[in-house]
Design a protein around this ligand. Sequence first.
Ligand code: 9UX
Length: 72
Amino acid sequence: AAEKVVIPITGMTCAACQGRVQRTLQKTPGVVDAAVNLMMGNATVSYDPAAVTPDALIATIQKTGYGAELPP
Ligand code: 9UX
């Protein structure tokens, strides 16, 4: 079954940032659905836990050029 995680993202300042992060997550293998919210500064991602992990999603966001970290 898919799991859902909300990942806080820093450094997104315009709609193009949001679109860039959202498309990157959506094309990541194991991601079922991804919605990036510019105003909230986060991404809500549904994913297959057998295929991808929250840590891998965070690494992908960081590689795209933004800050991402799960809350403690
Ligand atoms: Mo908008 Mo984001 O001009 O990296 S694309 S600030």
